[in-house]
Design a protein around this ligand. Structure first.
Ligand code: GAP
Length: 449
């Protein structure tokens, strides 16, 4: 990771996530479990929205893409064929004094970072979690928790081809949990042992792989920008020869400027024919594609854009975080894209008087049918706005005494704090339009009359 630093500290993000219910340490009442995290009521919405936005872009809007949901446990031969049993390991050294373990390739000196003690020689440590299938714990029953979702898509290549009759180029997309027994974890949800991936395996004719790699580099970069990440906080970095994974002919990282520096957000690799050749060899099954034009059986090449849901969530949170002076206080806000915001609209009656509450509750139950909405009637309206700003809610609707007379309510926008007055009957449509990006020009509270 380079020395460049983002504007926001990780401590602020961790604290906001804990305080407002985005992310908690796993099993916290037992002291937590190292590098495992639980997504709270707001975090689960953010994560769902990220996955939904990805699925919509890469599957729904791509007629050359289909989805899959494959199992986490796979036949052990898969991991022999993929190279994970042999090669999915990091060099590990152990401190002879305090017995802490470190990744040898991440240490700068030859001493323990914690106590300065002498280190052992590096040995390879496989990152896959092992478990046993069935009641007998013996070597023959060993299975692994998948370290990537990719393999589920390679082994289903022929199934997808047979059942969908797709022609090259086409892709398979999948979202799911992956597990890696990482030696060094940390930086909050950046590197954990259980995480979620959003992966595409895009099958192309050999010879067209370079242009498809370029295509996906652009597509994936644009996806982050479209959802609000600042361009200057993203960069593309090509892997050096020595860095390339055993399966890759070429690979780029989309890096994000996280609080600890530039680091990988997503990897986009040209895997060539490695995976289909290997699985064909190990399974004995034919995984070729019949090219109608040349009348030849070929093995497609694969372009793989592989993103992490948790890393994307961290990047979106860091990028959205902002602080503004606000009288004697500081207004903390998340400029989350409306598509990603956990709550789209908050309904805030100015007081708890029965007449106001009745109207507010009716509005709330109506809006909930279309949008993730939140009802809040506790404390002053200013404090309620701040609470919503801090979790990134794009719109707040205030119901005041005037509403009882004119059947209109105020909509306030998070970023500009501009307000407009809207008839209750037009609320659903107006909220939908504003969330969809319609301009929020300032309007006097009274000008709509
Ligand atoms: N199938 C290719 C593959 O898995 P990778 O670069 O190892 O490639 C892809 O992982 C993405 O998965 C990364 O860019 C990152 O976003 C996410 N990822 C990988 N390891 C992770 C971890 N320990 N914690 C959180 N996210 C991780």
């Amino acid at each position: 990771m380079s020395q460049a630093r983002a504007k926001v500290d990780m401590e602020k993000i961790v604290s906001l996530c804990r305080r407002r219910g985005f992310i908690f340490p796993s099993s916290e009442i037992y002291g937590g479990l190292s590098s495992c995290w639980d997504y709270g009521p707001l975090g689960v919405e953010l994560k769902r929205n990220i996955k939904q936005a990805w699925w919509q872009t890469v599957v729904q809007e791509h007629d050359d893409m289909v989805g899959l949901d494959t199992s986490i446990l796979m036949h052990p031969e898969v991991w022999k064929a993929s190279g994970h049993l042999e090669g999915f390991s990091d060099p590990l050294v152990e401190c002879k004094s305090c017995h802490l373990r470190w990744r040898a390739d991440e240490l700068e000196g030859d001493k323990c970072l914690s106590c300065g003690g002498e280190l052992t020689e590096p040995r390879q440590f496989n990152l896959m979690f092992k478990t046993f299938m069935g009641p007998v714990e013996e070597e023959a029953n060993t299975v692994y928790l998948r370290p990537e979702t990719a393999q589920g898509m390679f082994v289903n290549f022929a199934n997808v081809l047979d059942t969908t009759r797709k022609r090259l180029p086409f892709g398979i997309a999948q979202i799911g949990k992956s597990f890696r027994n990482e030696i060094t974890t940390g930086n909050f949800i950046f590197r954990s042992r259980e995480f979620e991936q959003m992966e595409i395996e895009f099958f192309v004719k050999p010879g067209t792989d370079k242009e498809w790699l370029d295509y996906w580099l652009e597509e994936r970069l644009n996806w982050y920008v479209k959802l609000g990440i600042k361009k200057e906080n993203l960069r593309l970095r090509q892997h050096t020869e020595g860095e390339l994974a055993h399966y890759a002919r070429d690979c780029y990282d989309i890096d994000y400027l996280f609080p600890m520096g530039w680091a990988e957000l997503e990897g986009i690799a040209n895997r060539g024919d490695f995976d289909l050749v290997q699985h064909s060899r190990f399974s004995g099954k034919n995984l070729t594609y019949f090219d109608e034009e040349t009348k030849e059986h070929i093995i497609p090449y694969i372009i793989e854009p592989s993103a992490g849901v948790d890393r994307a969530a961290l990047a979106f949170l860091c990028d959205a975080y902002d602080e503004e002076p606000d009288k004697d206080e500081i207004r903390v806000l998340l400029h989350l894209h409306p598509q990603l915001a956990p709550v789209k609209v908050a309904v805030l009656p100015l007081s708890r008087r029965e007449k106001l509450v009745r109207v507010a509750k009716e509005i709330y139950s109506d809006l909930r049918q279309c949008f993730m909405a939140y009802y809040d009637d506790a404390q002053s309206i200013g404090r309620r706005y701040r609470r919503q700003d801090e979790i990134g809610t794009p719109l707040c609707i205030t119901i005041d005494f005037q509403s009882l007379e004119d059947n209109e309510v105020t909509i306030r926008e998070r970023d500009t704090m501009n307000q407009i007055r809207v008839p209750i009957t037009e609320l659903r449509a107006t909220v939908a339009a504003k969330l969809g990006g319609e301009s929020f020009a300032t309007q006097s509270l009274w000008s709509a009359k």
